[in-house]
Design a protein around this ligand. Structure first.
Ligand SMILES: *Cc1c(COP(=O)(O)O)cnc(C)c1O
Length: 416
């Protein structure tokens, strides 16, 4: 994370001191580095140099318009999972022709919206959804471009909540059933078969399961071709992990090499749907210590960010490094703290048993919070959502202002 560094004991994002951001925009606040986002996209482009491939950023990881706009300008496509994400991508200048629509429960309205703007492909996740999309397209005089999301029954060996490639998950169709379903799709007048799709999980650090999945996708493509069903693209999904606390994680090139080896010489265009690896290390959550509670059993540092701002520790027991933003004015000794938020839940923690020298008022940075951070935030406990700031060199851009409390209940009404 070269664009996040201590200078004279003060944590900077690119050329901006985090203290200055806290002073201007308050806390909690998400802070992103534009250069790190650019590096992440470039890493994919370089790893895919000379390969007919399209990178479709998975919007759900972080859907801020400024971030989508940045990736759209770079030429990225987008993987979306809702009509809301479709609207965001279009407003942010995304090319509809590079949009993939994933998700197990697309509504008819969402299907119509996708058809109307001419998205690249619907990733179909069940036989029933396939019939529904056919009806919707046919009724609208259209042919919907489709891939079937196949489930290769591979254990991605990640957290069970983010493992999606096993038979027991709700995602995709069993790969054994795929051929019959493709045959059915080929008969439906509202569908045009364009690809095969697969996504086995998230925060994957070992490329072997991804390469294994790619091999199964290739096998299916050949089987379909032998049956006269040709596909234009192979979509290998996303899932590449990032460094949260691991010492050594593969680079994008290292991760993709075994996958690309399996796909070498194919005529189909390759699609990738990275989310976390595009944005995760590019953002942090800036928060201030409100209260220190020293107890017989435990010490708590209560900060002004909480599980509603960053849910990953509570939801997945995820680890985020937590560092002091500056040495601080008040001398303090190093102690072991649970870093917790003000929310009324025991699961409301950002980190546990962290060795830190803290004083009330200190600023902390919760690192690697760019993915599934703000995107998963909520208003639980009627907490307005955090501001988001993008740093570009020495420039600071507010890309989402802090919510106002009145906005939280603006859609509600009193009984008459
Ligand atoms: C979530 C998701 C992705 C992105 O996963 P990451 O682990 O963030 O790279 C890609 N494709 C689909 C279908 C997804 O659901």
């Amino acid at each position: 994370m070269t664009h996040f560094a201590l200078r004279d004991g003060i944590l900077h994002v690119e050329n901006v001191a985090l203290e200055d951001i806290a002073a201007r925009f308050g806390t909690p606040c998400y802070v992103y580095s534009r250069a790190t986002l650019a590096d992440a996209y470039l890493a994919y482009r370089q790893a895919l140099e000379g390969v007919n491939a399209q990178v479709c950023y998975a919007v759900k990881a972080n859907s801020n318009l400024a971030i989508l706009n940045l990736f759209a300008d770079f030429g990225a496509g987008f993987d979306i999972v809702s009509g809301g994400e479709l609207a965001r991508v279009l407003v942010a200048g995304g090319d509809p022709g590079k949009i993939l629509f994933s998700g197990v429960g697309k509504s008819r309205a969402e299907m119509e919206d996708g058809l109307e703007v001419g998205i690249r492909c619907f990733n179909i996740e069940s036989a029933s959804e396939m019939e529904k999309l056919n009806e919707v397209a046919h009724a609208n005089g259209a042919r919907a471009p489709v891939s079937l999301r196949v489930n290769p029954n591979i254990d991605a060996k990640t957290h069970p909540y983010i493992s999606t490639g096993l038979r027991t998950t709700k995602f995709g169709v069993p790969i054994e059933d795929a051929h019959a379903l493709y045959r059915r799709a080929a008969e439906l007048p509202g569908l045009k078969i364009t690809g095969i799709d697969c996504h086995i999980g998230s925060q994957l650090l070992d490329p072997a399961p991804a390469a294994e999945a790619a091999a199964k996708v290739v096998e299916l493509a050949d089987e379909l071709a032998a049956d006269g069903i040709m596909v234009e693209h192979l979509d290998l999904g996303g899932g590449m992990g990032i460094s949260y606390r691991e010492d050594k994680v593969p680079t994008v090139a290292e991760y993709l090499a075994p996958v690309l080896a399996v796909l070498k010489g194919r005529n189909e265009q390759l699609m990738f749907e990275p989310g976390r690896s595009m944005v995760g290390n590019a953002g942090l959550l800036l928060t201030r210590v409100e209260t220190l509670k020293h107890g017989a059993e435990k010490n708590f540092a209560v900060v002004d960010a909480a599980m509603n701002d960053l849910m990953r520790p509570a939801l997945y027991d995820a680890w985020h490094d937590i560092v002091k933003v500056s040495r601080g004015d008040t001398p303090s000794e190093t102690q072991t703290y649970d870093i917790v938020g003000p929310i009324c839940e025991s699961g409301d923690f950002l980190g546990q048993a962290r060795s830190l020298a803290l004083a009330e008022g200190d600023l902390l940075a919760v690192m690697s919070a760019g993915a599934y951070g703000m995107a998963m935030s909520s208003n639980y406990n009627s907490r307005p959502r955090a501001a988001e700031v993008m740093v570009d060199g020495a420039d600071i851009h507010l890309i989402r202002r802090r919510e106002e409390v009145t906005e939280l209940f603006a859609a509600e009404s009193l009984l008459p």
